[in-house]
Design a protein around this ligand. Structure first.
Ligand SMILES: [Fe+2]
Length: 194
């Protein structure tokens, strides 16, 4: 993180987790905070800009997803401060520190936005799962539990997103799920020429 000293800054606290562990956990949580804030803004971007025949249901779905992420932003930030850490919570901090790829600006149709979000939910879900293990190893079962709770919902949301793409592939008579990426690209290409 570019503001590494801030993301691991500690204030005095009576909590019984060693300072060195809390420092590392705060760093991990700040990475997640930045990514969650970034991803939430991307879901909103999709909510506002999606077009096509599936507009309304996707407009609603993307807003629901953004609303969940908004709650997680608060939960991650407050876990950082509960550990005596400093929450790097501004939009500029999120932009500087997020590992989520930039949201594309040249997409329009529903399935293009679904694909873009699925491609960003996947690395986000991976980071959450890795954080469950890391925070467990650092002796913080509560932070690991928070990550587990969020991870479960994010996996579910990835399923919701991918179900749109899988359905489109099935309707096109291609039952081969071997190469999701290629199939999604086919759907996106079809959406683009519509
Ligand atoms: Fe809205």
């Amino acid at each position: 993180m570019s503001d590494n000293n801030l993301s691991t800054r500690l204030y005095p606290t009576r909590i019984d987790i060693p300072a060195e562990a809390r420092k590392q956990i705060a760093g991990i949580l700040n990475q997640t905070l930045a990514a969650t804030s970034d991803l939430k803004s991307q879901a909103k971007q999709a909510h506002w800009n999606v077009k096509g025949t599936d507009f309304y249901q996707l407009h609603e779905l993307f807003d629901e997803i953004a609303g969940e992420l908004e709650e997680y932003i608060d939960m991650f930030a407050e876990r950082i401060t509960a550990l005596g850490g400093y929450a790097c919570g501004t939009v500029r901090m999120a932009a500087a520190n997020s590992f989520v790829p930039e949201y594309p600006t040249d997409i329009l149709m529903g399935m293009e936005h679904v694909t873009a979000l699925a491609e960003r939910f996947a690395p986000y879900a991976k980071q959450l799962r890795e954080a469950i293990d890391k925070t467990t190893e650092l002796g913080d079962a509560d932070t690991a539990d928070l990550y587990t709770e969020v991870s479960r919902t994010i996996d579910k949301r990835l399923w919701f997103l991918e179900a749109h793409l899988q359905a489109a592939v099935t309707q096109n008579g291609n039952g081969n799920a071997g190469n999701i990426k290629t199939e999604e690209q086919a759907v996106v290409r079809q959406a683009a020429v519509r």
